[in-house]
Design a protein around this ligand. Structure first.
Ligand code: HEC
Ligand code: HEC
Length: 502
């Protein structure tokens, strides 16, 4: 099956439907759809739209505003009247309340803002009315009847429910797109397009913060019950029975992990050798920090649509060396042999001891402040360079820096190691308790990223957490003694007072 064929997902959906036949039909509400509380004021709606929405969605709602080329996914083209986050069955128009919710809460993981922070309720209802006028086929005017999915009585999430959900996930072949690990790396994941002709990828279930339709149990249940119209994400309302759908929602939610951001990567001290294998159990003791990434837009060629929004970082050290591991999900491994660039990741450090607090320019340093740059390439391995600005690079011997990478279940893990002490006095040494500036760069070859087309972070810090000193354990004991001493002193004073003449 050719994955770029627009019929692929229809075929897949059909084959899934056949596969799943025999299951009960979704419960749909027969209740009339809730009325819209605010009557349309066309002028107000148009004005609000022009002021707040047109820069992305375009003046006529064709998804072609001046900012459209700079965001991924692209702003919605309203002319086809296709909407993702709905309570209505697949192929039906959303309710006004669905549109109101999307406008109010925004679509997480995309550039679509949550307008409840900026616009009043009345204004958001006017926008609902206006968006409905932008469908060029006039579907909203006909106001066909809608069937809403009933979302009531979510079950208590238990281990058993999650386990059952895992089975439904297998049986109903969610993995074909979302991957066995749920990281969006299934066999059908690559080369899909949405109905607006844009490339689209299945969602990575471990990154719950990117779920457009929300990530609580009811949201997830609703998403695969109604499907996302306009995308390969089908509706399973008719092919999975209600109980199984709740179990599936619980399973999908169990794969999700919370994002943990911050500025400091804390390296844990380990006794003995540092693990060389990225899958070694020892890495579990190093907590993961999710470093936020953005497109590189300060130098030409600017890159507004980076493939990755975060990279996970963990670190360990012993008496001799430090190791940093970079972890990121990538549904498509590129080793540079499929006509696309290879996947890459890089660490950037100030090359010299910083004078005061001054750090080199955050993208590849500057003439006065060089950076030590370690780049790992999925095809070629490690290259170490010194940069003094993006246009001045010199190769540098590895000098004890080692990099090892692994790819499994749609996820990369790359370890960089180096000795704690530097070769020369001028260079940066790593010492427990000291904060060392570090920045991270990431390229997804399959998405055409190479050179300056990359995702970058700002400066962060690596801190080698001093091993817990023995005195920490003595403290509670000490406090116990102090308390006891204090009590004795108090007793004595009371006794003295009692003895003293009145
Ligand atoms: C910075 C760009 C940006 C701005 C400004 C913006 N949007 Fe969006 N909007 C998006 C993107 C991107 C999507 C599509 C995301 C996707 O397809 O996953 C979207 C999708 C939508 C959707 C579709 C929701 C669904 O369930 O399919 C609606 C409705 C919407 N926007 C309304 C608005 C309104 C109304 C405004 C102004 C108040 C607005 N947007 C302003 C970027 C923007
Ligand atoms: C034919 C491929 C395909 C199959 C099969 C598939 N999905 Fe999806 N799914 C997608 C795509 C593509 C998206 C991303 C849609 C987008 O970005 O707008 C998605 C998104 C999702 C989302 C996240 C929506 C959000 O809020 O952003 C959930 C949850 C989900 N799918 C659940 C499931 C479950 C559960 C199954 C199995 C019953 C399943 N999917 C089967 C392609 C598929």
């Amino acid at each position: 099956m050719n994955p770029t064929n627009p019929f692929t997902h229809i075929l897949l959906t059909l084959s899934l439907a056949v596969f799943c036949s025999g299951a009960a039909v979704a419960k749909v509400s027969t209740e009339p759809v809730k009325p819209t509380p605010v009557a349309a004021n066309p002028e107000a709606g148009k004005r609000l739209y022009e002021n707040n929405c047109a820069q992305c969605h375009g003046a006529d709602g064709k998804g072609d505003g001046p900012a459209a080329d700079f965001v991924y996914p692209r702003p919605r083209d309203f002319s086809l009247a296709l909407f993702k986050v709905r309570t209505t069955l697949s192929g039906q128009l959303p309710t006004d309340h669905d549109l109101f919710k999307a406008i109010s809460k925004g679509l997480p993981g995309t550039s679509m803002p949550a307008w409840e922070k900026f616009l009043s309720e009345e204004e958001r209802w006017q926008l609902v009315h206006h968006v409905k006028t932008l469908d060029t086929m006039g579907l909203f005017k006909e106001e066909p009847p809608k069937e809403q999915v009933v979302i009531s009585n979510p079950p208590k999430v238990t281990d058993e429910l999650v386990k059952h959900g895992a089975k439904v996930f297998q049986d109903k072949k969610c993995w074909q797109c979302h991957g066995q690990s749920g990281r969006g790396d299934g066999p059908s994941a690559e080369g899909m397009k949405d109905d607006w002709g844009q490339p689209i990828r299945p969602v990575n279930f471990t990154k719950s913060w990117t779920f457009r339709g929300g990530s609580n149990l009811e949201d997830i249940y609703r998403t695969f019950t109604t499907g996302f119209d306009g995308t390969p994400m089908p509706s399973f309302a008719e092919t999975i029975k209600e109980d199984d759908r709740w179990a599936l929602a619980a399973y999908v939610k169990s794969l999700a992990r919370e994002i943990k951001t911050g500025q400091v990567v804390k390296a844990k001290h380990v006794a003995g050798d540092l693990p060389k294998d990225p899958y070694d159990k020892a890495w579990e003791q190093a907590g993961q920090l999710d470093v936020l990434l953005a497109g590189q837009i300060v130098l030409e060629p600017r890159w507004f649509k980076p493939a990755h929004d975060t990279v996970g970082v963990r670190a360990l050290y012993n008496e001799r060396e430090a190791a940093i591991m970079m972890v990121w999900d990538d549904g498509t491994q590129s080793k540079g042999d499929n006509g696309k660039p290879a996947d890459q990741v890089a660490l950037q450090w100030p090359q010299e001891k910083a004078a005061g607090n001054e750090k080199p320019y955050f993208v590849l340093g500057d003439r006065q402040n060089p950076v030590d740059y370690w780049r790992w390439n999925a095809a070629q391995g490690l290259a170490r360079q010194i940069f003094q600005g993006y246009d001045k690079a010199a190769p540098h011997g590895a000098d004890g820096v080692v990099a090892e990478g692994g790819y499994k279940d749609g996820q990369y893990r790359v370890i960089f190691r180096r000795p704690l002490s530097a070769k020369s006095d001028k260079e940066l040494s790593f010492a427990p308790g000291a904060y060392v500036p570090v920045a991270f760069h990431l390229w997804d070859g399959n998405q055409g990223e190479e050179g300056m087309k990359m995702a970058i972070s700002t400066w962060h810090y690596l801190l080698l957490e001093p091993p817990t000193p023995v005195t920490v354990y003595l403290w509670p004991l000490g406090i116990g003694f102090l308390a006891l001493g204090g009590e004795l002193a108090l007793l004595r004073r009371l006794r003295l007072r009692r003895k003293s003449p009145s």
